[in-house]
Design a protein around this ligand. Structure first.
Ligand code: AVJ
Length: 339
């Protein structure tokens, strides 16, 4: 009962997005990154471009697949431990979520965190972000919802949110989305998150762990072919948004876990020699040549904690399922010592 003045009677009701910060990457950036990626000797397109409307819907479907253990394992961890998470985080938290998704995991936290100062979802896809933020705002009318549209895989100046009184900033990064970064990029991201949170901030992050390769391979090669459709949708998106002529029947999905590198590599394989046009630019593919579309890194828990430590974080608590497939980690930043 440390903040009795903050109970609902004293709180305004919103039910809509209170403010919106648009740091949106322009459509030109999409074209430039795709063209630059396809000009490389080993063709590649960044995984962040999977998530147009159809891609996001396909990803939601992946999350419900029997083979895709990540979502149900992390969701159960959050559900089982949210009272403890809420106690450890305390009141008046400014909750910043990167890659806001469908909101299912967010709601587990929102239902339990007392007197949140504001909820700040950050996502690259503006339509998806605004739709998800509006849903949350309507479901939680006492919550200030202030989305930020940004590409957090690049340098960005984070809004300061000084207009909302809060006690600590908490960055929420679920889903093992951090796995899309290389280990070096992941460490940089953890440093960026420490910067955004600032002392006495915290980071609640989900990370997929190394395990039996057959379990991982199955998760990225589901029987119904949803992951294949998700991967191929990238070409469909490029066709519609960038005036391109990829023939989706001439590419196929490939995903393979490399236990040495500790990552799933996802590719689109050209099944024949062919040329593809994007606007005025032409790209040639040999039979069997691939476009590398995603890396999904799996971590050893101790190595991940050590990386977070190098980025300035202290381990507060780690929750794992009984099979040790997945970990939800709570890291904190010590309050700044007086110089
Ligand atoms: C959203 C990056 C965590 O790597 O497992 C799922 C994306 N790709 N199936 C993952 C994905 C293929 C997912 N992340």
């Amino acid at each position: 009962m440390s903040h009795p003045q903050l109970v609902s009677a004293a709180r305004p009701s919103y039910g809509y997005i209170v403010s919106f910060h648009d740091l949106h990457p322009t459509p030109a950036a999409f074209r430039e990154e795709v063209v630059a990626g396809l000009r490389r000797p080993r063709k590649a397109i960044p995984a962040k471009f999977f998530y147009d409307q159809r891609g996001s819907a396909l990803f939601d479907e992946i999350c419900q697949l029997e083979e895709y253990y990540l979502t149900r394992t992390e969701t159960a961890l959050l559900e089982n431990h949210v009272p403890e998470i809420a106690t450890l985080l305390g009141e008046d938290v400014l909750l910043i979520e990167y890659g806001s998704g469908n909101g299912r995991k967010t709601r587990i936290l929102l239902d339990c965190l007392p007197n949140l100062a504001a909820y700040v979802p950050v996502d690259i896809s503006k339509d998806h972000l605004l739709a998800a933020a509006t849903d949350i705002a309507q479901a939680y009318p006492y919550l200030r919802v202030t989305p930020v549209c940004a590409d957090y895989t690049r340098e960005m100046a984070f809004p300061d949110f000084e207009e909302f009184p809060y006690r600590r900033r908490v960055v929420f990064f679920p889903g093992s989305t951090i796995g899309n970064f290389t280990p070096d990029e992941a460490e940089d991201f953890l440093r960026h998150a420490a910067d955004v949170a600032g002392p006495p901030g915290a980071l609640l992050i989900g990370v997929d762990l190394k395990k039996d390769p057959t379990v991982i391979d199955a998760a990225y090669n589901d029987k119904r072919g949803v992951t294949a459709a998700f991967n191929l949708n990238l070409l469909h998106r490029i066709n519609t948004e960038l005036d391109a002529d990829f023939d989706l029947r001439a590419f196929e999905h490939r995903a393979l876990y490399d236990p040495v590198q500790g990552r799933v590599e996802m590719h689109l394989v050209s099944t024949q020699p062919q040329t593809v046009r994007i606007g005025d630019e032409v790209f040639t593919f040999a039979e069997g040549e691939t476009i590398h579309t995603e890396d999904s890194h799996k971590y050893d828990l101790a190595a991940f904690q050590a990386m977070a430590g190098r980025a300035g974080w202290t381990v507060k608590r780690v929750w794992q399922d009984s099979l040790q497939y997945f970990a939800v980690c709570l890291f904190t930043l010590a309050p700044q010592s007086v110089a």
